[in-house]
Design a protein around this ligand. Structure first.
Ligand SMILES: [Ca+2]
Length: 289
């Protein structure tokens, strides 16, 4: 499971110190994930309080089956902004169709000192976790792409360049890494001497979920170093995920618009000269109800 991040929360009552950006909804798939299921939540904090503050995350209210350690996040100077990752986990539940929805609250506290003893204030952040079983037979499967027949199964290249020079791309199947053997889909870039590549690069496909009220895409994704956020975009609705570590497969699931449209899954590449980067997809499933 990875986390996503899509907007600025409205002001919370009793906000003592900062603006926070956090996605109040967490989605996870019980397929492809270990037990317990690790989850990562991304926070963006802005400190406008006139002094350096040290931040800590802790559970405030967790339903049964959830666990989270207290985590120090580090400091922000006055006027500073930063993004932080908070980890938590859920013992693998059985999922009532279509989703298991649970409410939890995490507390972000700010301290005046790096020993975290002089409390300045805190914010409680309400979240809703949505567990999904992407293999539940009650779903209508709109698309199930494993790339293992040696074709891209309806996916095409998606590339939006912000700035780039002296680079080469390759896009297609690879047997170098996969979740289901023998292939995954790879978007690969190499830069040459004095080259650079700043772009969104990945895959897109058309889908039709217009006969349904809800749709989701579940997928496995992997990135190399110098490849950052992963984006899912469907007909104007977008989510950003961050894969905490590179060279490792993660499973993600997120809502998409129940329309006939285009689904794009791509990553942000930021490559300097004489370097390479890649983004991989495997076992992409669009489900609807
Ligand atoms: Ca595969």
């Amino acid at each position: 499971m990875v986390f996503k991040w899509y907007g600025i929360r409205p002001p919370l009552a009793k906000r003592p110190f900062t603006a926070l950006v956090v996605d109040p909804d967490i989605y996870y798939d019980v397929q492809y994930t270990p037990d317990p299921i690790p989850l990562w939540l991304r926070l963006a904090i802005a400190n406008n309080e006139g002094l350096t503050l040290y931040f800590k995350a802790a559970p405030s209210q967790l339903p049964s089956g959830w666990s989270m350690d207290e985590q120090t996040l580090g400091s922000l100077a006055d006027g500073g902004r930063g993004t932080f990752t908070v980890s938590l986990s859920r013992s693998k539940p059985s999922i009532p169709f279509p989703t298991l929805d649970e409410d939890l609250i995490i507390r972000i506290s700010a301290y005046r000192d790096d020993a975290y003893t002089d409390l300045y204030g805190y914010i409680d952040i309400p979240l809703t976790a949505h567990g999904i079983d992407s293999d539940d037979p009650n779903w209508t499967v709109i698309k199930d792409a494993d790339f293992d027949d040696g074709t891209t199964q309806g996916f095409e290249q998606h590339l939006e360049i912000e700035s780039a020079d002296r680079y080469s791309t390759s896009w297609g199947l690879t047997d170098g890494t996969y979740v289901s053997p023998p292939y995954s889909l790879e978007a690969h870039v190499e830069t040459r001497e004095y080259g650079y590549f700043h772009a969104w690069y990945g895959a897109k496909c058309s889908y039709d979920a217009s006969a349904y009220s809800k749709a989701f895409v579940a997928f496995c994704a992997r990135r190399t170093d110098h490849v950052h956020e992963v984006y899912v975009e469907s007909d104007g609705m977008g989510y950003a995920f961050t894969l905490p570590n590179y060279d490792k497969w993660y499973r993600a699931v997120t809502p998409i618009k129940p329309v006939a449209g285009t689904l794009k899954i791509y990553a942000w590449f930021s490559l300097g000269r004489v370097s390479g980067g890649a983004f991989y997809l495997d076992d992409v499933k669009i489900i609807a109800v």
